[in-house]
Design a protein around this ligand. Structure first.
Ligand SMILES: [Zn+2]
Length: 235
């Protein structure tokens, strides 16, 4: 087993016990990898925004902790390598999904949605993973100035087992649960999930969390992942 201090292997290799499937290539030609490409209830994803390395790191740790759960550790390898939010075409991948609310006009310059829904190869790679595995829940790891779990559905509309898993996690992590990030996000994964009856959890890690802090979160996150992976969400 590789040492955890080794750099994440988001271009493949290094994780000898798990062979990745290449979902596609990024705008700059980097592999977008899915580990454990089998039908599953839950898909975990990191690195939609390339400069949010906290989630990329945790996604790799989860590969070890939860050997049955499918993981895309880094959807946006170009952004990760360039240390930027956007992909190699300078598009915000979390505004590029084919949702009913997709909008060609960015809410702010920070959120360029691309020329059209699914215009980006990373978006199409993600959609191919959904097609392949038909997860009913997606957990996407991001970073923000404060940490919380966002689910854009009222708790009373969710199965009790989902609420219990999420509430146990946020309590253990000392964070809150929200129904909105507080500003419009057309073309984002949450909207896509609502369009398609898929449950979406966005976990915003505190930007700048140390690797030690992320290791401390890992057992709690792993416990939530295990519980969510056992639930077939019916949206
Ligand atoms: Zn993000």
């Amino acid at each position: 087993m590789p040492l955890l201090s080794e750099p994440p292997a988001w271009n493949g290799g290094g994780w000898e016990s798990v062979e990745p499937v290449e979902l596609g290539r990024s705008a700059l030609g980097n592999s977008i990898n899915l580990y454990r490409a089998n039908p599953a209830n839950l898909l975990v994803m990191g690195g939609v925004h390339g400069d949010e390395s906290e989630g990329i790191f945790l996604a790799h740790l989860l590969l070890h902790e939860q050997p049955a759960v499918p993981v895309i550790p880094c959807l946006n390898p170009d952004g990760a390598l360039l240390r930027q939010r956007w992909n190699g075409h300078n598009v915000d991948l979390n505004r590029n999904l084919p949702t009913a609310d997709w909008n060609p006009e960015p809410h702010k310059a920070r959120y360029p949605p691309g020329a059209a829904p699914s215009s980006e190869p990373e978006t199409r790679a993600f959609l191919s993973a959904l097609e392949r595995m038909k997860p009913s829940t997606v957990l996407s790891l991001h970073s923000f100035r404060e940490s919380f779990v966002e689910i854009e559905r009222p708790p009373e509309t969710l199965p009790a087992e989902v609420n219990e898993a999420v509430d146990a996690f946020v309590e253990a992590a000392g964070i809150v649960r929200k129904e909105s990030i507080g500003y419009p996000t057309p073309g984002a994964l949450g909207a896509y999930g609502k369009d398609h009856g898929m449950l979406v959890l966005t976990y915003e890690l505190r930007r700048g969390s140390s690797h030690g802090e992320l290791h401390a979160i890992l057992p709690h996150l792993s416990a939530m992942v295990e519980r969510l992976a056992a639930i077939r969400f019916e949206g």
